[in-house]
Design a protein around this ligand. Sequence first.
Ligand SMILES: CC(C)(COP(=O)(O)OP(=O)(O)OC[C@H]1O[C@@H](n2cnc3c(N)ncnc32)[C@H](O)[C@@H]1OP(=O)(O)O)[C@@H](O)C(=O)NCCC(=O)NCCS
Length: 176
Amino acid sequence: MKDVKCKLVETEEELREAYSIRHEIFVKEQKLFLGSDRDEFDTHAIHIIAFHRDRVVGVVRVYETEKDMWFGSRLAVLKPYRGRIGKVLIEKAIETVKRRKAKRFMAYVQPLNVPFFRHCRWKSVGEIVPYLGVPHQLMEVQLQLFTTEIAKEERLNKMMIFLMLCVLSALYGELL
Ligand SMILES: CC(C)(COP(=O)(O)OP(=O)(O)OC[C@H]1O[C@@H](n2cnc3c(N)ncnc32)[C@H](O)[C@@H]1OP(=O)(O)O)[C@@H](O)C(=O)NCCC(=O)NCCS
């Protein structure tokens, strides 16, 4: 889908919109939670939202559970906007945890969504287990498979340093 952008939540308003999408999908649509889907991870999670034009249409959150081990959860896209946005949110989540030097990135996935995650290059870990009272598959993505924005930035930085050194050595040569 065109015109989709993801960003980390920065304002109270963005956080409210993220929670509202989660409520729409996990409480109303899937009836996975009664009343509210918020939990203790929300306070220290990094929340990510997807925009289509100016509207927040998707959400996911990532959080560290132990050193360098990160989890992603509450991935959701509003029904009319499904198609391409889930994948973009997962890519942003991967970029976000990689920037924070994560070594492992995992998620508990509903069995229905396992093919979608597989399609996004995640692998199952062990058997299906109960999670939030319903069956879930633990899955993991190999972070090193992904060349993210960070790698591009690092390459660009190295190139800039190299160019600056070339300019400096040329200037130095002129001075001698
Ligand atoms: C799961 C969810 C986030 C996916 O979002 P989406 O925007 O529809 O997904 P995308 O279109 O980005 O999917 C990316 C790719 O995966 C493929 N895909 C999507 N669902 C798939 C499935 N069930 N099986 C196989 N492939 C699938 C798409 O065809 C697409 O393929 P392409 O890259 O070749 O075009 C969305 O369906 C949703 O919000 N579901 C309800 C909430 C939910 O169940 N969350 C997950 C909790 S574990």
